[in-house]
Write a protein of this length. Structure first.
Length: 111
């Protein structure tokens, strides 16, 4: 039995997987548990240091560096840059996530 099925059987909520990217032009994505994301917002600027406007708003969120999957440590800032955990700004690509999941995550954006 997989972990999701075991959680459901035990009466717990399933921690769905969400595909995220570091920026709107990024081809590299990673999968993270839904529970690792917070601070959902409409992203209109992207970039490390000076930020630039993006062509159209995207669903943005924040991920802690301590919640990066194993092997994805180069996805965000290096932890040599200061005390952990670091906040990593990410976007949730609509076309790489299930429509229902994307709608639910988007509904968490403060109006």
């Amino acid at each position: 039995m997989n972990e999701s099925a075991a959680k459901e059987e035990a009466g717990g909520a399933v921690d769905r997987r969400v595909i995220v990217a570091r920026g709107w032009t990024e081809d590299r994505t990673i999968e993270v548990p839904e529970s690792a994301l917070f601070g959902f917002h409409e992203a209109v600027l992207m970039g490390e240091g000076p930020q630039s406007p993006i062509p159209k708003p995207m669903l943005g969120a924040v991920l802690k560096c301590t919640d990066l999957p194993e092997g994805c440590e180069d996805f965000g800032p290096t932890c040599e840059e200061g005390e952990c955990p670091h906040n990593i700004e990410v976007v949730v690509p609509r076309d790489r996530n299930a429509p229902e999941l994307y709608r639910e995550l988007k509904s968490r954006v403060a109006k």
